[in-house]
Design a protein around this ligand. Structure first.
Ligand SMILES: [Cu+2]
Length: 279
């Protein structure tokens, strides 16, 4: 077999010689011994790495597919739009990651070439235009084209042919004060809403910034002292939905949870009337 001597041997001052291009590549790969010790004796480095990568990537996805705090298990249109956005971004940026990693692997495996200064400038210009301009601008354009219409649907716009139920929620360290406007009903860490009806939560805070989130019913929104933000929630079906403060607000933050109970609309109207009368 003819002796192959890689140009890098000359340029980088290598003293070793290789019998073939394939042989050179096998020497150029990272050493396997340390990786085999870490990942098991029967698996080679790339296979083990791919396996661990798959486990690390899929574990949080699988773990987050259900449960009371899962955004991937929406129970209303607002939360569904958020999930579409999440999946769209996850798929798109996975493709971008795969393309970048593919180029990176190609660059690692490709033998170095002797380029003239003119060729280097040409390649550098293409890298700059493609990776530095076209890729980020194209990515942002795709995400905005997908995200703006979805985000618009999550806004608390006047619902066609009806009115949204209004509920006021005030954040405190570390509990939620819930008030129904026009009544003297005050609840603590519990919200009753009608199912199948848009509900606008008016959010403010008495002390520090909190954030209101019911993952299965809608997006999240900050509670800011001296300011009122409105968040649209919608539950397709009656049931109990868990909520949590998602802005660190002090030592009791982790315990700042609440429950949203969606009642059939008739039951909600009855509950509202009875509770108001009994207060
Ligand atoms: Cu908090």
């Amino acid at each position: 077999m003819a002796e192959y001597r890689h140009p890098a041997e000359y340029r980088l001052g290598f003293v070793g010689r290789y019998q073939s291009r394939a042989n050179f590549r096998s020497h150029a790969l990272p050493p396997k011994i340390g990786c085999q010790a870490s990942f098991g004796s029967n698996a080679s480095f790339p296979q083990s790495l791919a396996g661990w990568g798959a486990v690390i990537t899929l574990a949080p996805l699988i773990a987050g597919c259900s449960g009371p705090f899962s955004t991937l298990d929406p129970a209303g249109p607002s939360a569904t739009y958020a999930v579409w956005l999440w999946w769209g971004m996850a798929i798109f940026f996975t493709l971008v990651l795969a393309a970048v990693v593919g180029l990176w692997l190609y660059a690692l495996r490709r033998p170095p070439q002797q380029w003239s200064e003119r060729q280097q400038q040409k390649v550098g210009r293409w890298c700059l235009l493609g990776g530095g301009l076209a890729l980020p601008l194209g990515s942002i354009a795709v995400i905005l084209a997908f995200g703006i219409p979805l985000g618009h649907r999550m806004l608390p716009l006047p619902p066609p042919g009806g009115k949204a139920v209004q509920i006021e929620v005030t954040g405190h360290q570390w509990w939620w004060q819930v008030h129904y406007p026009g009544t003297d009903i005050e609840l603590r860490n519990r919200v009753y809403i009608p199912a199948g009806t848009p509900v606008d939560i008016q959010l403010t805070s008495e002390d520090v910034v909190h954030s209101f989130w019911v993952p299965r019913l809608g997006g999240k929104m900050d509670l800011i002292p001296g300011h009122t933000n409105t968040l649209r929630l919608y539950a397709d079906e009656p049931g109990e939905y868990r909520g949590q403060c998602v802005e660190f607000c002090g030592t009791g933050h982790a315990h700042m949870q609440f429950v949203v109970t969606a009642l059939p609309p008739g039951d909600f109207a009855r509950w509202l009337g009875e509770t108001k009368t009994n207060e």
